[in-house]
Design a protein around this ligand. Structure first.
Ligand code: AMP
Ligand code: MG
Length: 396
């Protein structure tokens, strides 16, 4: 290989920026709520209605005037006259006067004149039209109209990822359809002569293709459309034809064949016949990742080691695809975590009792850590973590 004409050993942030720069601008499309799960909002979303839509009761009980009930206690109950009922969907139309109340149920509109609620647990019936309160009626159990959100208020924002709670909120705001960013189409290819699809027999020296499965699922979680290209052996010709099959994709994600080995043809292909944005990232695991292009198609080459490809996906690929930085949590370290002089380390950690401890086996080939360790502990270049320090972690 001749002297490289592209950046090498870039920072994690620079790697993410390079990938972001190669992705197409996102155009919006309008989809139903059912189709919007996992997508990214293209526009701010205003409330079309207020919630609650009317001032209402938060409890089952009676609605009354708080001032009438101030002395109510178990030994000195206050008697009110029941003049009607307000239930969800059928409001009481009269006005509550002095010494009066209305039976009310959760979500039912508060009648005119009333300003407080006494819960049913604190009531005893007293004759056909009377009720005794063992506690004062409380204004805190009234939900004020628009107390959650008001019509016209922007409640969800462009760029937000549509999680289940946000979708439910969009429905409550009054929207049946949402404007979301078009899904990125991501082609996915695993490489390696030794890599075998699960379900087939395995001989010594072979390994099941776990990367295709894990990356496919993570791409779906990131709101992408996946074009599975399966697997290609370690040959330049086979790789080229597999990549040619990715036409129409916005980006190709490969795993394997990007390191220093003689048979790492993905790297060779990009370096010698394609275009390279960078090779190698100052991180562990995941250092050998490469970004480039082939006939106008952006190609991100993940390392083959499953732990490495998972980590690179979490810290570089997903943030670029979704436009959202990795979500981190600050936790107390229960054990030390070692630093590397010139790389950011993403050690697998186990979260337990609000703290994070070293998972122990930190090799890139330890597949069980993908499932057993719930977190990646971020240790910046040269900044060792002692037990008791606070660290940033990414949840897996
Ligand atoms: P490579 O990056 O091609 O040198 O591969 C590094 C290590 O990851 C080797 O031990 C490979 O066998 C393993 N590996 C490569 N691709 C996959 C895959 N798709 N699934 C599981 N392991 C893989
Ligand atoms: Mg390989």
């Amino acid at each position: 290989m001749t002297a490289p004409t592209f950046p090498m050993h870039v920072s994690v942030d620079d790697a993410r920026a390079h990938l972001t720069a190669l992705l197409p601008a996102r155009t919006p499309e309008t989809v139903s709520l059912a189709q919007a799960y996992g997508r990214t909002l293209a526009h701010d979303v205003p409330a079309l209605v207020s919630h609650p839509s009317a001032t209402e009761s938060a409890l089952d009980g009676i609605a009354a005037r708080a001032a009438d009930t101030l002395g109510a206690a178990p030994d000195t109950p206050v008697r009110l006259r029941v003049i009607g009922e307000s239930r969800a969907g059928a409001a009481f139309t009269g006005t509550v006067g002095a010494g009066e109340c209305v039976r009310i149920y959760t979500g039912a509109p508060l009648p005119a004149g009333a300003d407080a609620i006494c819960p049913v647990e604190q009531l005893t019936d007293d004759g056909p039209d009377g009720v005794l309160l063992r506690r004062p009626a409380s204004p805190a159990d009234v939900r004020v109209e628009g107390g959650d959100f008001r019509a016209g208020e922007v409640v969800l924002h462009a760029g937000q990822h549509l999680t289940a709670p946000r979708l439910a909120l969009a429905a409550a705001l009054g929207h049946a359809r949402l404007s979301v960013q078009r899904r990125l189409r991501v082609a996915l290819l695993s490489t390696g002569d030794e890599v075998v699809p699960p379900g087939q027999p395995l001989t010594a020296g072979q390994v099941y293709d776990s990367n295709s499965v894990g990356l496919h699922a993570m791409l779906l979680e990131a709101g992408c459309e996946v074009l599975p290209l399966g697997h290609a052996p370690d040959s330049p010709q086979a790789l080229q034809s597999a990549i040619d099959a990715a036409g129409g994709a916005d980006v190709l994600l490969t795993s394997g064949g990007v390191s220093m080995g003689k048979y790492d043809f993905m790297r060779d292909l990009l370096v010698e016949q394609g275009r390279v944005s960078f090779w190698k990232v100052r991180m562990r695991p995941g250092g050998p990742a490469i970004l480039g292009g082939w006939n106008g198609l952006p190609v991100f080459g993940l390392p083959g080691n499953p732990v490495s490809s998972l980590v690179v996906f979490h810290v570089i690929v997903r943030p670029a695809l979704t436009g959202q930085p990795p979500q981190t949590l600050r936790l107390r370290a229960a054990t030390p975590f070692r630093a590397l002089p010139d790389k950011t380390a993403f050690w697998r950690g186990v979260i337990d009792g609000g703290q994070v401890r070293d998972y122990g086996q930190q090799g890139s080939g330890i597949l069980r850590s993908l499932s057993d360790a719930g977190a990646l502990v971020i240790v910046p270049e040269g900044q060792a973590v002692q037990a008791g320090d606070n660290v940033d972690v990414i949840l897996l």
